[in-house]
Write a protein that binds this ligand. Structure first.
Ligand SMILES: Nc1ncnc2c1ncn2[C@@H]1O[C@H](COP(=O)(O)OP(=O)(O)O)[C@@H](O)[C@H]1O
Ligand SMILES: [Mg+2]
Length: 357
């Protein structure tokens, strides 16, 4: 194969590729490489084009030692940096008619991002566990020492210790829920669930919580039943998390209202959908926070969330469950006027509707 043939093979490939000869000259730069390196790299010395020490070493090593070599290349964008993994492989002179190396660039930013997210997640979990653990360790020490014979103090401390242990328990349960949903997020649930009945029972279960928050839970269902292909435990968790949030952060409005209706058309859905709105008339959420609320551990006010027993994982769980059910999740809110969290789920295609004439 000569240079021209090689050039036409490499031209349209999606990864940036360079061929550098033993005289350090770039002999081929495919379209993607020209896009990446700017200007016209071909026929120039690679040192003048690449200009990043690590990336230069990679090519130099391959050229000099005639061995495969790896490196990194960074491209700075307007606000983000893209990381490329470079691989330089010596060309087989006998077969290519050229002595030199071929260099490929692979965008690995998403891999780096995932790695960064994993590190952040571990740091967050550790941080969340540390404060209850520190509290527990501190009280154990006090109970052993100064408060050993002080019955009143002992009771008070044990109450706090119980609260901290419960907090760790909730955190661990939420983490397990999150993992479980993520693991089977691609597996579509098959059970047929009447979501209206499920909403009614969830509301009944949350009545005591509503009472202690000093708010009512109202239900306005425009249909008696609504069948969805779903996982009943997970759908209960969605409704329950949203109503609990309404009670925790929106109780000042005195009522959390759940509305359920069937809508015939919703953007992106083929058939009819069930729309559930969980509405509170509390303090609302500043628009800057809304896009981030479903991130793990994102809270508008961490102190307040912790005080209310929150883990910061509730809405992340909700979002993953809804994704698994091929639904949509929307948040609307206005500061001072309350919030509406909407879940839209496809109505199950029942046997009747499938049966043609
Ligand atoms: N109904 C609501 N009204 C105002 N803020 C809310 C409401 N629901 C959720 N939020 C905000 O979103 C954050 C994340 O919610 P969530 O993921 O359920 O975590 P948690 O309730 O454990 O703090 C909460 O900390 C709160 O700041
Ligand atoms: Mg919550």
């Amino acid at each position: 194969m000569d240079l021209n043939q090689l050039n036409s093979v490499l031209a349209g490939l999606p990864h940036p590729l360079l061929v550098v000869d033993s005289e350090n000259r770039i002999r081929i730069a495919n379209d993607a490489a020209r896009e990446l390196l700017g200007s016209e790299p071909a026929e120039r010395n690679y040192v003048a084009v690449i200009r990043q020490p690590g990336a230069l070493d990679c090519i130099e090593n391959a050229l000099r030692h005639r061995r495969r070599s790896e490196g990194r290349f960074m491209r700075a964008g307007a606000s983000t940096e893209t990381t490329y993994r470079m691989v330089a492989i010596p060309l087989d002179r006998a077969r290519s008619g050229l002595s030199g190396v071929i260099v490929s660039f692979e965008d690995i930013s998403h891999v780096e991002e995932a790695e960064q997210m994993r590190r952040d997640f571990v740091a967050n979990v550790s941080h969340e566990l540390r404060s209850p653990l520190t509290a527990l360790a501190g009280f154990i020490e006090t109970l052993r020492g100064a408060a050993r014979n002080d019955e009143a103090a002992r009771d008070r401390f044990l109450t706090i210790m119980e609260r901290e242990a419960n907090r760790m328990n909730r955190l661990v349960s939420d983490l397990l829920s999150l993992t479980k949903v993520e693991v089977n997020e691609r597996v579509r649930p098959r059970d047929l669930v009447d979501v209206i009945a499920l909403i009614r029972s969830t509301i009944a279960a949350l009545r005591p919580l509503a009472e202690s928050a000093g708010a009512e839970i109202d239900l306005l269902a425009e249909c008696d039943t609504a069948t969805v292909a779903g996982d009943p435990d997970q759908l209960t968790q969605v409704i329950s998390n949203l109503i609990e949030n309404g009670l925790k952060y929106g109780a000042s409005g005195g009522v959390v209202r759940v509305e359920a209706r069937i809508v015939q058309h919703f953007a992106g859905f083929r058939g009819p959908a069930l729309r559930i709105d969980v509405i509170d008339r509390g303090e609302g959420i500043d628009p800057v926070h809304i896009p981030r609320l479903t991130e793990r551990f994102y809270r508008v006010d961490s102190h307040r969330s912790r005080e209310k027993g929150g883990t910061g994982l509730g809405l992340a769980i909700v979002k993953h469950i809804i994704n698994r059910h091929r639904g949509r999740f929307q948040i609307q809110s206005e500061r001072g006027h309350g919030s509406t969290f909407s879940v839209i789920l496809p109505i199950a295609e029942t046997a009747d509707r499938n049966a043609g004439p």
